[in-house]
Unconditional design. Sequence first.
Lengths: 307, 223, 238
Amino acid sequence: MYRKHTSRAAKASFAVSLGVALLIGLLASGGAGASPKAKPTVTIGTKNFTEQYILGQLYKQALEAKGYTVDYHENIGSSELIDTAFQGGKINFYPEYTGVLVADIAHQTAPKTAADTYAAAKKFEETSRNATLLNQTPFYDTDSFGMLTSTAKKLGVKAIGDMKKVKSFTYAGYPECRTRITCLLGLQKIYGLKQTKFVPLGSISVYTLLDQKKVTAGDVFSTDPQLQGKKYTVLTDTKHIFGFQNIAPVVTKDLAGAGGADFATVVNAVSAKLSLAAMRAMNKAVAIDKQSPAAVALAFLKANGLA
Amino acid sequence: MIVADQFRPGTFVDAFRFIGDHGSLLLSKTSEHLELSFAALGIALLLALPLGLWLGHRHRGFFFAATVSNVGRALPSLVLIAFGLTIFGVGFWNNTAALVVLAIPPILTNAYFAIDGVDRDVVEAARGMGLSERQVLLRVELPLGLPLVIAGVRIATIFVIATATIAAIAGGGGLGEIIVNQASYGLGGVVGAAFCVSALTLLAALGLGLLRRALSPSPVPGA
Amino acid sequence: MNALVAAGPVIPNFGQGSRCERTNGWWCTDWLHAHWGDTLQPALVQHIELSLIAVGIGFALAFALALVGVRYRLLDAPIGVFADFLYTIPSLALFQLLVPLTGLTVTTVEIALVSYTLLILYRNMVEGLRAVPADALEAAQGMGLTARQTFLRVELPLAAPAIIAGLRIATVSTISIATVAAFVIPQGLGRPIFIAIGQDLFKTEILAAGALAVVLALVADGLLVFAQRVATPWSRAG
């Protein structure tokens, strides 16, 4: 008999907890207000490594300084994943490497010059993705075949083709490298290095694995600050499988249209300043000197009058 | 790192298809997973079980056991994995050590309370019959405390299998490697592997739960 | 100013990292000073938010379910089994199973975190409420207390120690599991840990974020012990 109150209490509690849950859910979801002006909201996405974080912050802060609202999604994933997110409308702006677009997303043969690569990438985006490319940056960042200098000396190799004489070796790279002609697939097919054993990278960087001698060689990026010292060596890519990899912002046609010339000017102004030296310096500041991508990007933009 | 291709419930169908198509891969990943888990559990049992049993037998170290339990619960598994990486670098020991640290508290604490809580009269009677201290522990206290001891091992096992999933980011392999590697296996693969590891943990939990029930002495009210 | 200088970019001097930072020392105090505000503190605040929301919702839900489970014994077993089941699923797996349904959002993380708190809280609440002696309830009825008064003034206070004990465990577990949330959303103390792992195992960041998570859990535990002593001074705490 004295248990009757528990059923009433139970109903009351259900109502209260539902109300609490709803309230918290509403508060937590917040809500990005639309820009009060006519400027479109830019939803920027980046891939999952240092240089991309810096690039994302550069474009984000430059746009915000000019009054755009930016919805920032860092660390989405590989090129394939971010392309899917882009097609699905989750983002409308991301910085991508031209060669990757042509060879790995469009699956076309890699052109022989940087300008041709850009043109092919732009054509692909305009015909297949309802998008376009803004201007490309002066700097390029290609994948490279890297290893410890001591290992290179021990194996006696200088160019990628020299690896043919090594009976078997391990090669570390991001998971998408396995199926890319600009990466493992190119090594196997174009260089004939069938004896490569692929080690996919997780959260751990390729330099950590190289340092701890867990892999023979790995997929490194040519703008990595670690490559500026003597510790690591990059083997020459005589057959140019790694292509030309300048950065160009991929934007939806809607965003380009809504933003107009003003939007393009802001973005292109940033891209124009991204020289190889600039990118290397920024990469070093984040990776070696452990500064935050946002702070480094802001310092660069301010120094160049863009923020 | 991890992203959904597209957010749709149909992914669950893809997941089952993935399980069907990649049976051997999942099997090898599962055995990797279990290898790591059992290695860690084995070491943890060796370290924690004798200590817990002995302390409980001597009715000493309550504060120690309680502290180990509290601190153990406060150690996030991801943090342990990261610490392991920092100390040992990439290899076998970084994940094993982290999992051992994770498994010790439940085993130790439960062993302590299991033995400590055995009815003192029964223990006295056994001593009165002339049994040595070691015989008292092994033949009287341990059988009576076994259910609680196994409960501790069960919790430790669940923790270890679950954390071995995260250990994939530190080179631990196992089913976690599929779960964190969406770029290679697609969202269907990730969800499929998530199903597998859940099933694995449930089986372990159920199995040890049954074992505990089987080894319980005749029903004690409130046990 | 525009056309002439447009040639090359101005590369500011970003400053060199300290010797400690460049050589990946164990505890670089200068990095901690510089990045407390932009990396560690936001992560800590997000972590506290995530945990509070999860424990709050979990507590409310568990309480409601416990009242049902105490009254309707038949429902107790299934609710208990279901909560048990949720608790056994590894956190990373549960996050990934939810992503196709609720996306890469805070919602996914919260659903998973709430599920984990449910088991602990539900069990403790049910046991706490059941352990209230029948004599006490009869005495209350005899004194003329209404059902509601009995619940608020007799049952709840007597069940409080068990409930708060469950709350302690649930809170610490939630803070611990919330580190894994960084797999899904870039929030919480797990995020600096991930970034640091990718940055050549940057020890200071890993240790700092990890230590913060552990300290947070211990502090929360301590606060709840204190709260229990204040709320129920007659019972032996912990």
